[in-house]
Design a protein around this ligand. Structure first.
Ligand SMILES: Cc1cc2nc3c(=O)[nH]c(=O)nc-3n(C[C@H](O)[C@H](O)[C@H](O)COP(=O)(O)OP(=O)(O)OC[C@H]3O[C@@H](n4cnc5c(N)ncnc54)[C@H](O)[C@@H]3O)c2cc1C
Length: 264
């Protein structure tokens, strides 16, 4: 039977950061991640100033600065004939007065490299947690299958569910999920860009808005576009958005024109 002090199910931002912090504190920790890499679609691009400050405090600021990323200092939206500054990061306290636009997989790779330097840290990719071990009604680790489909068990004094919003570990532990209503939905879609428009890095954000919602697009390869739609807080679920699509001249929600956010 394999053993560790802390077993973390899921190597997303929560699991990787927790694993790094525990390992640095001298706790033996194993992170189990079901995918073989961090290269996943539909994940965050923005790393916020407060997170950048945390990275500085962890001594990871210089490594982060070496990643290829764009700085978003201001966001603007055009609503009808009016251009509205929705956010101006230059007024923020601290060193980092911008959003860093960096794919989440680069960020997770950075955390994985930092954690790999810790002798108490183990990351097991391609390892899917399939259930919990229990002893006398207490959770004592996890069951998993490895990349060859071979089942195994990992005993742990502490098991942490970091396996995302539909956490299997949370459900298996019988923990009830608490949901908080939010006043809007963001529908994010991927749009294939013509090769001439595709860029490997996000450099510019475009946004357009109306009283019904707004859309934003970031040129990557391929582009991503998000539609933000308002919904009544009591409605539970929003209706399906009509469309959110990028064009070669920008993004569109019907006839709304696009404006370009400031990057630096
Ligand atoms: C479309 C979209 C855009 C976003 N944009 C941004 C943004 O710009 N900026 C920002 O800060 N946030 C953004 N977010 C939110 C951000 O992605 C999440 O807050 C963050 O990823 C949550 O981290 P997590 O570690 O809790 O969960 P997750 O990122 O979901 O990570 C869970 C991990 O657990 C793994 N896993 C799942 N089940 C198992 C299992 N059974 N066994 C082993 N491993 C398992 C998964 O493969 C995954 O790696 C966005 C989210 C989405 C969906």
């Amino acid at each position: 039977m394999e053993r560790t002090s802390c077993c973390i199910a899921g190597g997303g931002p929560a699991g990787m950061m927790l694993g790094l912090l525990l390992a640095r504190a001298g706790v033996e920790v194993t992170v189990l991640e079901k995918h073989g890499d961090f290269l996943r679609d539909f994940r965050g691009d923005t790393v916020h100033p407060s997170t950048l400050r945390l990275l500085d405090e962890l001594g990871l600021g210089e490594a982060f600065a070496r990643l290829p990323f764009a700085k978003l200092r201001e966001m603007r939206a055009q609503i009808g004939d009016t251009t509205v500054v929705m956010g101006d990061m230059r007024h923020l306290p601290g060193r980092h007065k911008y959003l860093a636009m960096v794919p989440q997989w680069d960020f997770l790779d950075l955390l994985a490299r930092a954690a790999a330097e810790e002798p108490h840290f183990t990351l097991r990719m391609h390892t899917k947690v399939t259930g919990l071990r229990t002893t006398d009604g207490r959770v004592t680790g996890v069951r998993f299958v490895d990349e060859h489909g071979t089942p195994g068990e990992l005993a742990a004094a502490l098991t942490v569910a970091c396996d995302g919003r539909d956490s299997m570990v949370r459900a298996a532990a019988g923990l009830r999920q608490q949901q908080f209503e939010v006043p809007m939905d963001v529908w994010q879609v991927r749009v294939d860009a013509p090769p001439s428009r595709g860029t490997p890095l996000p450099t510019t954000s475009r946004a357009a808005g109306s009283s019904h919602g707004s859309a934003a697009a970031r040129p990557r390869s391929p582009w991503t576009a998000a539609r933000i739609s308002r919904r009544p807080i009591s409605s539970g679920r929003a209706g399906t958005p009509s469309c959110a699509a990028t064009t070669s001249s920008g993004c569109g929600t019907g006839s709304a024109p696009c404006s370009t956010g400031t990057t630096g």
